[in-house]
Design a protein around this ligand. Structure first.
Ligand code: SAM
Length: 270
């Protein structure tokens, strides 16, 4: 899968992503991250990419033209930076920009977008490639957004200085869903949100740490009982920390009975 990131700070994205699991996936050619510096497409002699907002007000706004040119370069495969983070530096979608526009989703990172979650990560991981646009300053001229953006995505209800961290968060979560990125041992199948629940507590050696013992069931070697214990702890944790998630969870008969009993005992204790 190919990720293209339009940014004013390519080094931030490169350094942030080329480590650990994603770094290994890039080296293996399973994913690639191609950062493209929007500033390289400024026609201003000082390489400015921002200007004052029409109508006044604080801050600066990223101008439309450098972003549009940067996008065209990605679509046309002629991006200037050569910052691909994998072995292969592949153009986004060939040279037919009309076809490419239809095919390649362009995600603008913005606090007013739809809030990113695991389901969105799973859905986006089905794409062959994605283009991210990272804003800065007060944001981006609306006209270029209308022209190129297909998805407006936020990573939460707070304001960050730029879209780079949000894009990195999304790329990490999406890449983990791409077949081959996680090894069997790292499999994402049991992770939080994968079945709609939060993950159960995890333990490793030593068996007793500062007087706290690992739950006996995990040492029993009884796989069915361990699975049941983990499911129940997942339900406990979800009910405690994110009760609203329970509305969308489908539980098997046994787990549903456990959940009903848990709710009944919590209601009694309230
Ligand atoms: N003036 C903008 C507003 O009020 O919506 C905020 C601009 S913010 C300082 C600069 C850039 O950071 C945005 O253009 C966006 O790309 C990115 N950004 C900030 N917070 C974000 C969030 N929660 N999710 C996604 N992107 C965010």
């Amino acid at each position: 899968m190919k990720f293209h990131v339009m940014t004013l700070f390519p080094e931030m994205v490169e350094q942030g992503l080329h480590t650990s699991i994603l770094g290994r996936a890039m080296d293996a050619g399973i994913i690639s991250v191609n950062t493209v510096n929007i500033r390289d497409y400024s026609e201003d002699k000082h390489r400015h990419v921002d200007d004052y907002p029409y109508g006044g007000g604080a801050g600066m706004v990223m101008a439309a033209e450098p972003i549009a040119k940067c996008y065209d370069a990605i679509i046309g495969g002629s991006f200037s930076s050569g910052n691909a983070l994998s072995g292969s530096e592949v153009p986004a979608s060939g040279s037919d920009s009309a076809t490419a526009k239809r095919r390649t989703r362009v995600i603008y990172m913005t606090p007013w977008g739809r809030v990113f979650d695991q389901n969105m990560a799973k859905e986006l991981a089905m794409e062959e490639e994605l283009i991210f646009l990272c804003g800065h300053y007060e944001g981006v001229d609306e006209r270029v957004l209308t022209e190129i953006v297909t998805d407006y995505v936020s990573i939460g209800d707070y304001v960050l200085s730029g879209g780079e961290l949000p894009a990195m968060v999304m790329i990490d979560a999406i890449a983990r869903m791409v077949p081959g990125v996680l090894t069997n041992e790292e499999s994402g199948v049991t992770e939080s949100f994968m079945n709609g629940l939060l993950e159960y507590p995890q333990y490793t050696r030593p068996e007793v740490w500062r007087g706290q013992k690992v739950p006996d069931i995990l040492l029993s070697g009884h796989h069915a009982k361990v699975a049941e214990w983990r499911m129940q702890r997942s339900i406990d944790r979800t009910v405690q920390y994110r009760p609203e998630l329970m509305d969308d969870v489908t539980l098997d008969k046994k787990s549903a009975k456990y959940y009903r009993e848990l709710c009944a005992s919590r209601n009694k204790n309230e």
